[in-house]
Design a protein around this ligand. Sequence first.
Ligand SMILES: NC(=O)c1ccc[n+]([C@@H]2O[C@H](COP(=O)([O-])OP(=O)(O)OC[C@H]3O[C@@H](n4cnc5c(N)ncnc54)[C@H](O)[C@@H]3O)[C@@H](O)[C@H]2O)c1
Ligand SMILES: O=c1ccn([C@@H]2O[C@H](COP(=O)(O)OP(=O)(O)O[C@H]3O[C@H](CO)[C@@H](O)[C@H](O)[C@H]3O)[C@@H](O)[C@H]2O)c(=O)[nH]1
Length: 440
Amino acid sequence: MKVTVVGSGYVGLVSGACLADVGNDVLCLDVDPSKIRILEEGGIPIHEPGLLEVVQRNVQAGRLRFTTDIPAAVRHGDVQFIAVGTPPDEDGSADLQYVLAAARNIGRHMDGYRVVVDKSTVPVGTADKVRAAIAEEVAARGAALEYSVVSNPEFLKEGAAVDDFMRPDRIIVGADDARAIDWMRELYAPFQRNHERLLVMDVRSAELTKYAANAMLATRISFMNELANLAETLGADIELVRQGIGSDPRIGWHFLYAGCGYGGSCFPKDVKALVRTGREHGHDLRLLGAVESVNERQKRRLVDKIVARFGDNLAGRRFALWGLAFKPNTDDMREAPSRVVLEELFRRGASAVAYDPVAMDEAQRIFGDEPRLAYAARPMDAVDGADALVIVTEWKEFRSPDFPRVRDLLRQPVVFDGRNMYEPAVLERHGIEYFGIGRG
Ligand SMILES: NC(=O)c1ccc[n+]([C@@H]2O[C@H](COP(=O)([O-])OP(=O)(O)OC[C@H]3O[C@@H](n4cnc5c(N)ncnc54)[C@H](O)[C@@H]3O)[C@@H](O)[C@H]2O)c1
Ligand SMILES: O=c1ccn([C@@H]2O[C@H](COP(=O)(O)OP(=O)(O)O[C@H]3O[C@H](CO)[C@@H](O)[C@H](O)[C@H]3O)[C@@H](O)[C@H]2O)c(=O)[nH]1
């Protein structure tokens, strides 16, 4: 099929590349010329495992192209995916300006039937707004063209995006006309060869399904973080509790890891947006309000522990920080707990030397020439001469460091482990004072 993807960020680029990989003719559009330039030069603008290979082989095969030319992009795809950002507005609601701008462009330039597929995460009712925006533009031209609007939220995780797209748990299609549903079935057929994964429902339910999934996952994390803080006080170990409850299939193993809070471009903004939607419709979603506030507090938890150990005045102290990205295998630092940790350290007069395998360029972009932040080329360089080591992201390469070396390089052998990567007893055996999350 001929497919256009509007927005070539994490979701758009992964979707476009994976759809090309199964044989579709895909054109990816972006309004940011610097992203398109990188793609045209054979690179990718983000760190995402396996993505470069998929992009390169499909570019070579002539099935994947990139453009900033809006009319050409709208003319190309019979199916038009909208995969632009929906960042939080000041009041927490999702800012739909990019989605609606994309819809208007489609309405302005379409020259025949189009299936417009909303892949961005958008509040319930957005499909109606997209439909209206297209209708307005079509009418303004005096044209009479048919189109369908479909909600097809995306569930990929950064760091595992290609795999998630290629092997989805489910494909949600919210649509109310048969032609669009048939097209979506055809487009997704290669991704559900061994069993049916496509769930067709009405548009509003599809839009809400996306928020429900993220809100449920965020709730599990905040629940565990809250219990972790209690476990500490009670002298229990949240890691043992996690294993104790995860073995119940009704609870399951996933997304039960306590830590220094959830970050990323989705959970924080989507929980906020759902709370906001509730409020707009007279529903006070108290549980989700608490999920959010527990998470805000949890992002400060590591610094609370540092303050409890070193005092509130951290002037003159230097901390080694392992991990800047909001999770491993990405360079994304949107809402990353590391940002809160660093800001709280700076506020108390401390400085930091950070190491992250891929996110240091992004940190430099965010923190600019912040004099209290330096970067290390290797993890142990960050540790050398620091007052303590603080772990914020559980990169694989941090799993089994040379503990005696860590102990000897630190000015004080103290580790604050924001992701419970280590066994307290192991570090104690190496003469390192250990502070995890919820490990009383
Ligand atoms: N990042 C994820 O893991 C993930 C997963 C599932 C769903 N989502 C949702 O998908 C959407 C996109 O997220 P993302 O992380 O890919 O965002 P992103 O910021 O990485 O990419 C969005 C891209 O859209 C481009 N853009 C903006 N307006 C445009 C327009 N009118 N025409 C063409 N391009 C335009 C921007 O320049 C940018 O490159 C959001 O709604 C997000 O909530 C994200
Ligand atoms: O048990 C856990 C699991 C995750 N996290 C944190 O939660 C955040 C989000 O992690 P993850 O969900 O793996 O990454 P995202 O790429 O943000 O993916 C989420 O958000 C996407 C955008 O909506 C959805 O598509 C995905 O299904 C959903 O998992 C990260 O900071 C993790 O460190 C925890 O603290 N504990």
